[in-house]
Write a protein that binds this ligand. Structure first.
Ligand SMILES: Nc1ncnc2c1ncn2[C@@H]1O[C@H](COP(=O)(O)OP(=O)(O)OP(=O)(O)O)[C@@H](O)[C@H]1O
Ligand SMILES: O=C(O)c1ccc[n+]([C@@H]2O[C@H](COP(=O)([O-])O)[C@@H](O)[C@H]2O)c1
Length: 231
């Protein structure tokens, strides 16, 4: 499974409880919806730190093309750099195979002493199907799930689905300022030459343009190279 390198120190004082937030996502690209969600969760649950964890090979996106993990990690690093309570982790992108949250939570649990509590942050869409995630019952024992409201998704419905599953998830629901931003929409806008300013941070936008991510040009370039390679 591999160890988690470069992890921040937490849990040194055995008399104190520490709270570690994990913001998991594909982050293709990371945007202000992710950052607001993490920051509001940090404040609402008094988290000591939020670790942004780009998924290496997202379990539910096996049939969709996903941008190279190094690019998604670089953008995550750029977007989180200015917040002292945020950190970006390579753990899931350095792991081989399909990325399952259970593997990450088990590794974090083994790494930190028990006075460090784990909080996995999700939006209302992702939390809706946590009962179908790999090894959901074991996962439910390792972390509290923070479910944040997201425009277009019904948090009450998510709540009902989780209850109906019969798995005893510990879920905390939080209301956050609504930002109807998605990575899909950002990718679409770039493909059509539209502005993505104020949907994600300037350094992320700079990185996208410098590396020609998401635009038709780069897609055509990849296809052309593939054709040459095959020919
Ligand atoms: N605007 C938002 N408000 C609240 N939560 C969000 C928002 N965007 C994403 N999230 C949450 O962040 C986590 C990671 O999301 P992800 O990286 O898949 O972004 P996405 O915008 O949903 O991407 P895509 O459009 O490619 O599916 C998920 O738990 C998701 O619910
Ligand atoms: O472990 C699983 O089976 C699993 C299935 C779907 C999603 N997840 C995690 O949920 C987070 C959001 O996923 P996504 O695909 O919406 O970006 C991310 O950390 C994923 O690794 C995890």
């Amino acid at each position: 499974m591999g160890s988690i390198s470069h992890l921040p120190e937490l849990g040194a004082d055995p008399e104190r409880e520490y709270r570690l937030g994990i913001m998991g996502g594909t982050f293709d690209p990371i945007h202000f919806g992710h950052l607001v969600t993490a920051e509001q969760a940090r404040e609402a649950l008094s988290l000591d730190l939020v670790l942004f964890m780009p998924a290496g090979s997202p379990a539910f996106k096996q049939n969709s093309p996903v941008t190279d993990a190094e690019d998604r990690y670089a953008m995550t690093l750029l977007a989180t750099a200015a917040n002292p309570a945020f950190d970006a982790s390579r753990f899931e992108i350095d792991r081989e195979g399909i990325t399952y949250t259970i593997d990450t939570l088990e590794a974090l649990r083994a790494h930190y002493p028990l006075n460090v509590k784990l909080y996995f942050i999700t939006g209302a869409d992702a939390v809706l199907d946590i009962m179908t995630w790999h090894d959901a019952e074991r996962m439910a024992k390792l972390a509290t799930f923070i479910a944040a409201t997201r425009p277009g998704y019904d948090i009450n419905h998510a709540c009902e689905c989780i209850e109906a599953s019969g798995i005893e998830f510990n879920v905390r629901y939080i209301e956050i300022p609504a930002l109807a931003i998605s990575s899909t929409n950002i990718r679409e806008r770039i493909r059509h030459g539209k502005s993505v300013r104020y949907l994600t941070s300037e350094p992320v936008i700079g990185y996208i343009h410098k590396n020609r991510l998401y635009n038709t040009d780069s897609r055509e370039r990849v296809d052309a190279l593939r054709t040459v390679g095959e020919g």
